[in-house]
Every structure is written in structure tokens, then in C-alpha cells.
Design a protein around this ligand. Structure first.
Ligand code: DGJ
Length: 479
């Protein structure tokens, strides 16, 4: 008995010793795990309501301020403020702005609140998109300010900056204390045709000057800005209501522009999210840029989820990259992130399909490039795409980047089929899927062949499925 126990005990002590050597302060892996997809709860168990929000750090505490959609409506209920020191455990603090804060807030819409701190006035200044309750025809910003980050905020009213229309917006405070408003405006081609750039007054309570159009007639929304290596990065989405679409980024050497051409970021749907903010997490050994996106649920807005991913910004090269991770670790103290360490077993393995349109080879689905796609040769449902992994692999997650078509978004009803011999198949039924643009399924099977069986696509604004089966990327993750 004793001799049998000994090797086990020795192994246990050895692992403990190893942990202590690796993580001397805590004896445990440092940081928190960010899990994308599920509902996020605050420290008292309420669902976090901070949609379209942003984060501001004050002292060593982060404050997450966003829209409350608990009533499952686009109308204004309140702005909510949460606090956290680790960016994972969020404590509800207050409602900085309420329907009773001003007469015009009683029946209205308030979206994308963003707070910046003005060092000379000592005020926290909140900018937001303001509309009436019924529609999006006003096209205004609103401004409020407070002596403390979580309020109460004094409401200063809504307006069109220098008479320009203003809808999806953000504010950005630069290192030199200058601040800017970037907003979806109208340069003559209709609502949201172009972004407009403004410099704010030194108290941040108004706009001082119009700096020009950005991506004129590009129909960009949801701007979010960060600065890395002396370069400004702007992430935007396309305009497709609550539906996700391909995020794009651009760079500039000055907030006055010019901005570079738009470059795609992440997959066809920003991993089913829409940008709202980029948070620099400045730790003791690294700065991580946190992409914050909203996964809107238009039918139940209060159940819209948050997608947070590490964003790779390279100011010197002028490049940005965003990769999906269903869970990853963030240490707010050091700024260090740790990936989940899984391998994409499908990458560059032999792929085939039920049919292939010329120029859209099956291999484009597992080439690691979110911008290349396979397409069936005709509008044939079902169609399938298949990969031979070369040997049996244990697969734990299946990530699929689906076709998105602006304004006619469709979700795919599909089956994940797997086989060890290419003859006998087992199916995981995902025909009840209603997720647009990107699906990430937790699985646990061991197989050499994996097939994505596209049974049907359902279009939200068109009952007839005219889609040609198309896949952008399939990742089969495992250890
Ligand atoms: C897209 C915007 O980005 C959201 O903030 C919201 O205004 C929706 N449109 C409403 O359809």
C-alpha cells in the first residue's frame, strides 16, 4: 500500500513545487478567464447590462459603462456603471443617467455611451447617441458630465454637432489631452453614408471643429479607436441594423487623418459581433488591446452578449488582427494574455466538397484565411464540405465562418458529421442553429474525416433561400 501511494504523492508534491516556481505569489495561474458566448453575470448574479459600452480606468479600478437593455427594447431605460479590478468580476455600481435625468430622456433612445475624463475641469464627460423613442430620424449626440465616474451625471442636452447628423459614435482621448468625436453622419448620400470627425472643445462638452469625412460613402458604423506605436487605429462595422458583418480597420498618423483604406478584421461577421470599444489594458509587463464587441440579439436585446478578444495592433507595420477564442486568460495586473492552446487540426489538410464553383476550391475553407471561400457550383441544398485530417484527431471545438451578405443575412442549418473510415458517419445535429455569420460548437469526438453538411440557409428578410452554399473558414480545434 505504502509503496504504491508513494509515486502518486511524489508526483503531487512535484506539481505543487512546479506551480510555486511558475507562479510564486499565488501558487495558481494568474489572471481571469474570459469566456465568449455565454451570458455574463455581475457579482450579485444579475445579467450584465452594459451594451454598446466602453470602459474607463480610474486609479486601479475599471468602470464599464453601457446601455441597459434589460427591458428588451431599444428605448432608453438607463445607462449602467459597473466596477472591476480584474476585468472579469463586475460589481453593479449605479445608473449614471436615467429617464428622469432630463425631460427629453423620458421617452428616447440612448446608445453607445462613452466616458472620458477631463483633467483640467476634473469632470467625467459622457457622450452618447441620442434619438427619439420611435425611430432614428433625429441623428444627434448628447452630452452629460459628472464629478465622479459613475455619476450622477448632469445632462447637457442633445444636438447635431455643427449641424451635422450624428448616429453611431465614439469619443477618443489622445495622450496630449485632445479629444475627438467620430460619428456616423450624412455627407449628402443619406443617413450613415460617411463618418464625420470632430475635435472637441478643451472642456470636452462640445465640438470645436469639423475635421473632415472619413470613408466617405463607405456606410461605416460602430467606430472604436485606439493608439499603438504612434498610430491611430479605427475599427468599424458595416451598417446592417442589429446584424453582424465584416469588421474593417484603418490607420492614421493623426486624428485629423488621412485614414488608410479599410482592411478586413477577423472573419465575415467579426465572429458575430459589432465593435463598441477598444480598451488598452496597460499592465506591468505588457499592454493588451481588448476588442469589445456586442453580439446583438434583436429579438431579446437584454440577452445580447459580449465578445471580448485580444486585438493585435502593430503601429509600426500599420496592421491589426483579431482571432476568435472561445475562452482565454487575461491578467489585468501584468497585461499578459494566454491563449487556450488548441491546435487547428484542419489547417491545410486535404479538403473536398459535394460540388465546387470554378475558382472557389474546397481548400480555401481550411487555408487559415478568413477572406477566401469555397462555393458550391449551384444553389443546391444540402451541400457538403469535407476534410481528411490524415489521422484520427480529438476535436473539441468546431468554428465555422459562414457566408454573410449585407442586408440579406442568413443563418445556416447544418450537421457536423465525423467518421474514422470515411464510410460510417456520426452526425451532430445543428439544424436548429439561428446564429448568423459565425458558429463555435463545443464537441468531443475523435475522427479522421469531418464533414460540414449544409442542410439549408434561412434568410431573415427573404423567405426564398437563393444562397449558393458558401463557407469561408472551418477550424477544427483540439489538443
Ligand atoms: C446599428 C448600431 O450600431 C446599433 O448601435 C443600433 O443603433 C442598431 N444599428 C439599431 O438597428
Amino acid at each position: 500500500m505504502r509503496s504504491k501511494m508513494w509515486p502518486k504523492r511524489a508526483a503531487w508534491w512535484l506539481s505543487l513545487l512546479l506551480l510555486l516556481v511558475l507562479y510564486p505569489q499565488s501558487g495558481m495561474a494568474a489572471g481571469v478567464t474570459i469566456t465568449n458566448g455565454p451570458v455574463w453575470y455581475d457579482t450579485t448574479g444579475g445579467t450584465i447590462q452594459a451594451h454598446g459600452g466602453g470602459i474607463i480606468k480610474s486609479g486601479s479600478t475599471y468602470y464599464w459603462i453601457g446601455e441597459d437593455k434589460i427591458h428588451n427594447s431599444a428605448t432608453f431605460r438607463d445607462v449602467v456603471c459597473y466596477s472591476s479590478t480584474d476585468l472579469k468580476n463586475w460589481k453593479w455600481v449605479s445608473y449614471p443617467l436615467k429617464t428622469t435625468s432630463a425631460a427629453e430622456l423620458a421617452s428616447s433612445k440612448v446608445e453607445r455611451p462613452k466616458v472620458i475624463y477631463n483633467a483640467s475641469t476634473g469632470k467625467y464627460v459622457m457622450w452618447m447617441h441620442y434619438e427619439n423613442a420611435a425611430d432614428y430620424s433625429l441623428g444627434r449626440v448628447a452630452v452629460a458630465s459628472s464629478d465622479s465616474v459613475c455619476g450622477n451625471y448632469t445632462y447637457h442636452g442633445s444636438f447635431r454637432p455643427l449641424n451635422y447628423e450624428s448616429r453611431d459614435m465614439t469619443v477618443f482621448k489622445d495622450d496630449d489631452g485632445s479629444a475627438y468625436l467620430i460619428t456616423a453622419s450624412n455627407s449628402g448620400g443619406g443617413a450613415n453614408d460617411s463618418l464625420a470627425s470632430f475635435k472637441l472643445t478643451s472642456d470636452y462638452l462640445n465640438v470645436a471643429s469639423f475635421q473632415g469625412w472619413v470613408f466617405q460613402n463607405g456606410h461605416r458604423e460602430a467606430p472604436a479607436i485606439a493608439k499603438q506605436g504612434g498610430k491611430y487605429f479605427m475599427i468599424t462595422s458595416g451598417a446592417s441594423g442589429w446584424y453582424p458583418n465584416q469588421a474593417m480597420y484603418a490607420t492614421a498618423s493623426s486624428m485629423a487623418g488621412p485614414w488608410s483604406a479599410l482592411q478586413p478584421l477577423g472573419n465575415t461577421s467579426a465572429f458575430f459581433s459589432q465593435s463598441t470599444f477598444i480598451l488598452p489594458v496597460q499592465g506591468s509587463s505588457a499592454t493588451t488591446y481588448l476588442y469589445m464587441g456586442d453580439r446583438w440579439n434583436s429579438g431579446q436585446l437584454g440577452d445580447s452578449r459580449y465578445i471580448w478578444l485580444p486585438l493585435t495592433l502593430n503601429g509600426a507595420a500599420g496592421t491589426a488582427a483579431l482571432e476568435w477564442s472561445s475562452s482565454w486568460t487575461l491578467d489585468a495586473a501584468t497585461g499578459v494574455t494566454t491563449a487556450n492552446g488548441m491546435t487547428n487540426h484542419a489547417l491545410n489538410k486535404t479538403a473536398t466538397a459535394s460540388s465546387t464553383a470554378t475558382g472557389y476550391a474546397a481548400s480555401r475553407v481550411n487555408d487559415g484565411n478568413y477572406q477566401t471561400e469555397w462555393k458550391a457550383s449551384a444553389v443546391t441544398w444540402p451541400s457538403w464540405w469535407q476534410v481528411d485530417l490524415g489521422a484520427a484527431k480529438n476535436i473539441r471545438e468546431v468554428d465555422i465562418s459562414w457566408f454573410m451578405y449585407k442586408g440579406s443575412e442568413g443563418y445556416y442549418q447544418y450537421k457536423i458529421e465525423y467518421s474514422t473510415d470515411g464510410t460510417t458517419w456520426t452526425a451532430i445535429d445543428k439544424t436548429s442553429n439561428k446564429t448568423y455569420g459565425f458558429t463555435s460548437d463545443s464537441v468531443n469526438f475523435t475522427a479522421r474525416y469531418v464533414r460540414i453538411n449544409m442542410v439549408n440557409a434561412v434568410l431573415w428578410n427573404n423567405p426564398n433561400n437563393w444562397y449558393t452554399p458558401t463557407l469561408y473558414e472551418v477550424k477544427l480545434l483540439g489538443n
